[in-house]
Ligand binder design. Structure first.
Ligand code: ADP
Ligand code: MG
Length: 243
């Protein structure tokens, strides 16, 4: 079966700093891939390359067989197929929750206001925040704000979701509600690539864990292997240091 998302020979440097040497990765429809690795190992860069926020130096990324790295691609149209959520939820403080979600569909993707609103309310309902449509981000807890950011990423009905340490900025008591939402999304069959420092979460949601080291995927496999019985010395050392 062809993978939904596929990376071949992806390379990315910043000046002399070679961050991704050569990344090969296949993501099947409905699969949840969790990237782990030391700070600076390139996890965020990899997600940003997939979403075309960074331009790869070399290599090919395809989504359902369409090459995203083709320079002639319509980047906005491609990004609409890929939801991304960051550690800092990046909501606009002066806009209501609802307007935060409808802004890009209306302004970037030309969705009529009424359609955008209906769809946004559906997504808010999905993340359990239908009652907060008129609230301002500042009136919400960090966990609620992150759920709004997830609703915003879901509103285009993305084919894949990328999540960059979405619980790292949250107080510990707020982490659980966001993790539960992500667990529901994977159960519903959403394809996801995410990175996290929460190994217990990785163990629960990941179909495949990828350990990034030295610009490559150093070890890859089901969580029971990579997290509980790593085959590579480097992976073992990384996991030991977390305790
Ligand atoms: P991780 O998410 O695993 O912590 P990052 O992808 O953020 O790692 O960073 C990998 C490396 O790339 C780091 O050395 C970082 O300093 C560098 N880097 C990331 N983004 C940029 C950028 N926009 N300009 C220059 N260097 C960057
Ligand atoms: Mg990062």
């Amino acid at each position: 079966m062809t993978p939904l998302l596929s990376l071949r020979g992806v390379r990315k440097s910043f000046g002399d700093n070679v961050v991704l040497r050569s990344i090969d990765l296949d993501v099947a429809a409905g699969e949840c891939i969790v990237l782990i690795g030391a700070s600076g190992s390139g996890k965020s860069t990899l997600l940003r390359c997939i979403n075309l926020l960074e331009q790869v130096d070399d290599g090919i990324i395809t989504l359902r067989g369409q090459e995203l790295t083709d320079p002639r691609i319509d980047a906005d149209a491609a990004r609409a197929r890929i939801g991304i959520v960051f550690q800092a939820y990046n909501l606009f403080p002066h806009l209501s929750v609802l307007d935060n979600i409808t802004l890009a569909p209306r302004r970037v993707h030309g969705v009529p206001a009424a359609t955008a609103k209906t769809r946004a309310l559906e997504m808010l309902d999905r993340v359990g925040l239908a009652a907060k449509a008129k609230a301002r981000p500042d009136d919400l807890s960090g966990g609620q704000q992150q759920r709004v950011a997830i609703a915003r990423a879901l509103v285009n009905d993305p084919e894949v979701m990328l999540l960059d340490e979405v619980t790292s900025a949250l107080d510990p008591e707020l982490v659980a509600e966001v993790l539960e939402l992500l667990r529901e999304l994977t159960r519903d069959g959403m394809t996801m690539v995410l990175n996290t420092h929460e190994m217990s979460f990785a163990r629960q949601v990941a179909d495949t864990v990828c350990f990034l080291h030295d610009g490559g995927i150093h070890e890859q496999g089901p969580p029971a292997q990579v997290l509980d019985n790593p085959q590579q010395e480097r992976t073992r050392r990384f996991l030991t240091r977390l305790h």
